[in-house]
Design a protein around this ligand. Structure first.
Ligand code: GLU
Length: 327
């Protein structure tokens, strides 16, 4: 019998530089994979042609390589596989679950409320009994170059996260009837991410905790497509010292900037190890030692504690240490 390999993926959106927070998630994802012998694929989430660029992709790949984060097999680009995405959309459409719509989520909610929708928070107009053909037209539910939304049933989805434990979300409450296909005629994030993970046999999805509610939707989508969801591992986010999420606007915390300023990758890895419970003191660390020191049980404890705090707040002295302004 062929041994079953587990597979994970690093899935950056090539829209800007790689900041410390994303670097930490990718490093942990990669190290979990290498430690457990998973296959590690690299997938560019590049469907948003307005925000993604070749330059950003090059910078991202160079930054990951600088840290020592590699991957197996060729790079997958979401833009290159529209046929898979379209087939999934058609399958859901055949099941009567897709409706074309030019309205925002807020409009849909208002329409559902005006029609006395059976559930308070939902915007699922398709399953609203009060929805008559003339209402559909009035609310823009017609064909044309429109977004296509998934008609979700209300109901909790229990996410068993390997790190954060059992969490539960109602995808309809969180996302309304989510857009799966955009008016630009490409798959939207939720559909593309789920379909690509299924197509590539991804068994373990490791990513930031901001996407934990999305896991509930992704799980529902997997089931609607007749597939089992992957195992989820959501990692707490890194925050600045004021408690704001690190974002691409924090340009001075990107790998390219740190590299230009002469910060060695071992320092970055040392800091990422300290801020994720992989080492107790703030010392430079090689990527090999990071893999060695990573312990899933300790990571789980760290992730749960940090998730309760809402993420890890980077201290100014940690940034000073990174730049060797203090010893
Ligand atoms: N490309 C997405 C992001 O950068 C991650 C998608 C995913 O992990 O599902 O936020």
């Amino acid at each position: 019998m062929i041994p079953q390999t587990r597979t994970t993926r690093l899935a950056p959106s090539p829209t800007g530089g790689l900041h410390l927070g994303n670097a930490r998630s990718f490093l942990l994802n990669w190290a979990l994979g290498r430690k457990a012998g998973w296959s590690i694929r690299m997938r560019m989430d590049d469907l948003d042609t307005e925000r993604c660029s070749v330059e950003a992709e090059e910078t991202l790949l160079a930054s990951l390589a600088w840290l020592g984060i590699d991957h197996d097999g060729p790079i997958i680009r979401q833009r290159a596989t529209p046929a898979h995405h379209r087939m999934a959309l058609e399958r859901l459409s055949e099941a009567g679950l897709i409706f074309a719509c030019d309205r925002s989520r807020r409009d849909l909610r208002a329409a559902a409320e005006a029609l006395g929708a059976p559930h308070e928070s939902g915007t699922n107009l398709v399953s609203t009994p009060a929805m008559r053909p003339e209402d559909r037209a009035a609310w823009g539910l017609q064909d044309g170059p429109l977004n296509h939304r998934l008609a979700l049933e209300p109901g909790e989805e229990v996410v068993e996260d390997a790190l954060l434990g059992t969490r539960s979300f109602d995808p309809l409450e969180r996302f309304g009837d989510p857009i799966l296909w955009t008016r630009r005629d490409t798959a939207a994030y939720h559909l593309a991410s789920v379909v690509d993970d299924l197509e590539r046999g991804v068994t373990d999805v490791v990513r930031g905790e901001d996407l934990l509610p999305s896991a509930a939707l992704h799980q529902r989508l997997c089931r609607l497509l007749g597939a089992d969801p992957p195992r989820w591992w959501h990692l707490p986010l890194m925050l600045d010292h004021q408690g704001r999420r690190l974002a691409k606007r924090d340009g001075d915390l990107t790998m390219s900037t740190l590299r230009q300023r002469g910060v060695p990758p071992e320092r970055v890895i040392g800091l990422l190890a300290r801020t994720s419970g992989v080492q107790e003191t703030t010392e430079p660390m090689s990527i090999e030692d990071f893999v060695q020191a990573l312990d899933v049980r300790a990571l789980t404890e760290w992730a749960r504690a940090e998730s309760r705090e809402g993420g890890y707040r980077l201290l100014p002295e940690e940034l000073d240490w990174l730049e060797r302004r203090t010893t």
